[in-house]
Structures are given as C-alpha cells and as structure tokens.
Design a protein around this ligand. Structure first.
Ligand SMILES: Nc1ncnc2c1ncn2[C@@H]1O[C@H](COP(=O)(O)OP(=O)(O)O)[C@@H](O)[C@H]1O
Ligand SMILES: [Mg+2]
Length: 244
C-alpha cells in the first residue's frame, strides 16, 4: 500500500523578484527513492530549498505527512523529520568526524540517552563514523566526507532524506558506497529524494523518477521508464554529468 509522505502542489518560488519554480507538483511515496533529473538551472536545488524551509514558497503548498509545512522554519522542518545532505560541502574540517556527526544531533543534545542511541544507529549505517571517529574531517577523502555528511543528516532519525547530487565529484567506488547507504535508508522505510546529474546512475538507484525543466516538472514515472524514455534519453542521456 502506498502512503504519500511529501507533496508539492503548484509551488512557485524564487530569489528576489524572479520566479524559479513555476508551479511545481510533486508527490513522493513512503520508502521510495525518487530521483530528480534535469539540466543545470532547472530548479532542482531550489525544490530542496523550499522543502527544507530555506526558501519560502510564494504560492502553492508543501505538505509532509499530511501537514502543511510551507510556513515552517528550517529548524522546525528538520525537527519534524526532513533532513538534507546539502550540495555544497558543509563539514567543519578542523573538527573530528565524531564532532561533526554530533552537530547533526544538536536539537536533541540535552537528551544524552537518545543522542547515544542515535549515534549507535548512525555508526551502524555508516561504519566510517565509528572507524574514523577521531580523524579531522578535513583529512578525509571526498567519498569519506560524503559518508560523514550522510551520517550527520541521519542523527535526527529523519523520515525523509534530501540528497543534492550525492555522487558529485566522487570516484566510482565511493559512488557505490553512497548508493549502498541510500538503498539501506530506503530499506529501513526512510524516503529518499535525490537530485542527480548522471541520469543513468540516478535512475538505476531510484524507484521513481522526476524530470524537471525550466522550473517545472515535465515528466514523472517509474525510474526505469524515465531512463528508457526516448525523449529523456535525447535530452539528457548524452550528458554524463560531472563524474561519469
Ligand atoms: N541564491 C540564489 N540567488 C539567485 N538566484 C539563484 C540562487 N540559487 C539559484 N538561483 C537561480 O535559480 C535557478 C535554478 O537554480 P537551481 O535550483 O540551483 O538549479 P539546479 O539545481 O537545477 O541546477 C538558476 O537560474 C539559478 O541561477
Ligand atoms: Mg543544483
């Protein structure tokens, strides 16, 4: 039985006076991996900014678990169960892996028992968090840093995880590891919404696909159907992204 966790309905949003999102409709079901693809500037990251509350929609509604979250602050949205692994890297290089991950649990820092429980959960999902706990984040490879970023995002036990171009700049081995964690998250019943430049990679990992262009959703469907769609193929499959 499908259960919708996240919806966007006729969402318009932009920066300053201009509109980037021009009526975005999106429905994301529980436990799925939904991958958004589309050319640079299509508005993919802007969709994430709206969902995570960093950008207020000018029109339209965003719901999470049936509740309208369009007016909530980023910290309220985070606490309600949506975490984002951002596109721009955001670890503190001088801090240890452990300290960086603990920052993800800032909202529950006073509940020691819960914090400990969450850390244990994250260490199980992302073993590097334990294995390299004392290492400065700045000493890690790009792939290792991505794993720490994922671990940090999991500290509040989010029901929805937003991942903006998780494979960007990573070598194939690291990409495979990131893909494995994404599959693990979905297998646990979490919902993953990701943006990926590399259509083939994204659709292989995802269950559902969304094609965006010029601030609108052009196409939705099963990931494999999106990957096999000749129109999408001619639009995007020639493009290998930054890391193919
Ligand atoms: N902080 C910002 N201020 C002004 N314009 C922005 C900002 N971020 C993105 N944009 C513009 O919004 C459009 C969509 O950007 P974005 O959502 O980042 O696209 P995508 O992630 O699909 O590449 C682009 O034209 C971009 O230049
Ligand atoms: Mg982007």
């Amino acid at each position: 039985m499908t259960e919708t966790v996240l919806t966007m309905s006729s969402v318009e949003a932009g920066y300053g006076g201009g509109l980037v999102l021009q009526g975005v409709d999106l429905q994301v079901d529980k436990g799925t991996i939904t991958c958004i693809v589309g050319p640079n500037g299509a508005g993919k990251s802007t969709v994430f900014r709206v969902i995570s509350g960093l950008l207020k929609p000018k029109n339209g509604t965003v719901t999470f678990g049936g509740r309208d979250i369009g007016g909530l602050s980023p910290s309220e949205i985070l606490k309600s169960g949506i975490a984002q692994v951002p596109q721009n890297r955001a670890l503190f290089p001088e801090m240890s892996v452990h300290e960086n991950v603990l920052l993800g649990g800032y909202a529950i820092r006073r509940d020691r028992a819960l914090l400990k429980e969450r850390l244990a959960m994250v260490e199980e999902m992302v073993p590097l968090v334990k294995d390299r706990a004392k290492e400065h984040a700045g000493n890690l490879s790009g792939g290792q840093r991505r794993m720490v970023e994922i671990g940090r995002a999991l500290m509040l036990d989010p029901r929805v995880v937003l991942m903006d171009e998780p494979s960007l700049g990573l070598d194939p081995k690291s990409v495979a590891k990131v893909a494995e964690v994404i599959r693990d998250m979905a297998a646990e019943g979490r919902t993953v919404l990701m943006v990926e430049q590399n259509v083939r990679l994204g659709m292989n990992l995802a269950t559902h696909g969304v094609v965006m262009e010029q601030g609108q959703v052009r196409l939705v469907g099963d990931a494999q159907d999106i990957a096999d769609n000749p129109e999408v193929a001619s639009m995007y499959l020639g493009k290998t992204g930054h890391n193919a």
